[in-house]
Design a protein around this ligand. Structure first.
Ligand code: AMP
Length: 418
């Protein structure tokens, strides 16, 4: 029996990997313009980091973490998200002491034990950004604008920006009580998880995945409960989005599945993803750095699910598959050795070169291989060519064939790229 990929994981094969590279390149290019620099943190961390950072009552911590004990009896967890690890690293390496406005991004896999479905995996990848050091509302707007520009750069123009404010700890305290009141007579109608949430943190009922939210349709929203400073912050965020001409929708029910968010939260929804339509999500997390033992540095960030993003990319124009620039075919021992060097030299000129490494293969079989690979050109080298000092170059498109002096590497390169 063959071994297969584990449930909730998948292989990204070369054709799809190209799309991933496109997304990653776009992220690096766009984020750089806004001053973000890359950080790479480990894939596993102490379990405590996530329990403290994300919140014990969240789905992620209470039932989705890949936690294990290593041989040294440490409790470790495969990272389910990367904001807490980035904050941990920034504290550990004193990044906040050097500058008060560090801007970081990361790209990499995350792990959550969820029920797999289209666009929802147990190992998935995120591109995320974290902007530290400012509690100004315009920062929230700036980072949201960047997320939209990033998606537009990838040709995703039909995405919707949904924005909300979840207020500060105090606002949420008041709101929790309002929710408990609103649900008081109906606790029995909640799912088992939400009955627990009702006791521990009723806010989490808002991201129940089995529909308990409907009981809250007429409940007061967090937005109605914001205190004056949080209300003011949110108004300025919205005002700045307007100034930047970034369209958005207000979604008063938007809370996110992580406890560290405060004030602004947002999601960008893709047009064609069905139930799993959130391409990216994030918000403000002032207080998290302190919670994890660092200085009082505010932060704002988002994480974008790469798997979903790649699914919603428009079809690329141009050839659907990359093909080699040239296949070098040699007949005879002397020609084979000359070909070996030519292959090396052309690769040093940045060309994609294929050849047949086994000596003595028939020319016909080499030509077939060139064909199968779809090489744009084939270069033939035989005894006759060696003696007369030229290469025979065949171009697949149009099928033209010509001779090029073998001393003229530059001329050959020009033919091949042209
Ligand atoms: P979160 O870290 O939960 O705020 O999610 C941020 C983004 O990551 C979401 O909008 C999704 O695009 C993506 N994401 C979260 N969980 C998964 C998953 N299990 N599989 C694929 N993508 C995910």
């Amino acid at each position: 029996m063959t071994v297969q990929a584990v449930k909730g994981t998948r292989d990204i094969l070369p054709d799809e990997a190209r799309r991933w590279q496109r997304v990653e390149e776009m992220a690096r290019r766009q984020f750089r313009r806004y001053g973000f620099r890359e950080i790479r943190t480990p894939i596993f961390e102490s379990t405590e980091l996530f329990a403290r950072g994300i919140g014990e009552a969240t789905d992620i911590v209470s039932k989705e973490m890949y936690t294990f004990t290593d041989r040294g009896e440490r409790s470790l967890t495969l990272r389910p998200e990367n904001t807490a690890p980035v904050v941990r690293a920034a504290i550990e390496h004193h990044l906040f002491q050097r500058v008060d406005c560090e801007r970081l991004y990361y790209i990499g896999p995350m792990f959550r034990y969820e029920r797999p479905q289209k666009g929802r995996m147990r190992q998935f990848s995120q591109i995320g950004v974290e902007a530290f050091g400012s509690d100004a509302p315009a920062l929230d707007a700036e980072v949201m604008e960047m997320s939209m520009v990033f998606l537009e750069g990838l040709g995703i123009s039909a995405a919707t920006l949904a924005v909300n404010s979840v207020g500060c700890k105090e606002c949420r305290g008041v709101y929790r009580e309002k929710l408990r009141e609103a649900l008081a007579g109906r606790v029995g109608e909640l799912c088992v998880d939400c009955q627990r949430r009702y006791r521990e943190n009723p806010l989490r009922i808002l991201d129940c995945k089995v529909g308990c939210r409907r009981l809250l349709a007429h409940a007061p929203t967090l937005l109605d409960t914001l205190d004056a400073p949080c209300r003011e912050h949110f108004e300025q965020v919205r005002g700045t989005l307007d100034l930047l001409q970034v369209p958005y929708q207000l979604d008063p029910h938007l809370v996110r599945g992580l406890d560290y968010y405060m004030r602004t939260t947002f999601e960008v929804l893709g047009a064609s993803l069905g139930a799993q339509d959130a391409l990216l999500g994030g918000g403000r997390y002032d207080g998290l750095v302190e919670e994890l033992g660092g200085p009082a540095v505010p932060g704002f960030g988002f994480a974008c699910g790469l798997d979903r993003l790649v699914l919603s990319l428009p079809e690329p124009s141009g050839p659907s598959r990359e093909v080699p620039d040239v296949f070098v075919a040699a007949l005879g021992d002397a020609a084979w050795e000359r070909a070996l060097l030519l292959v090396r030299d052309l690769r040093r000129r940045d060309l994609w070169v294929e050849w047949e490494p086994a000596r003595g293969k028939a020319l016909k079989s080499q030509a077939r291989k060139a064909d199968r690979l779809g090489a744009r050109h084939t270069l033939f080298l035989g005894d006759e060519e060696l003696r007369r000092g030229f290469w025979t170059l065949k171009t697949m498109e149009g099928g033209s064939q010509r001779e090029i002096p073998s001393a003229d590497l530059e001329g050959l390169v020009k033919e091949l790229v042209g």
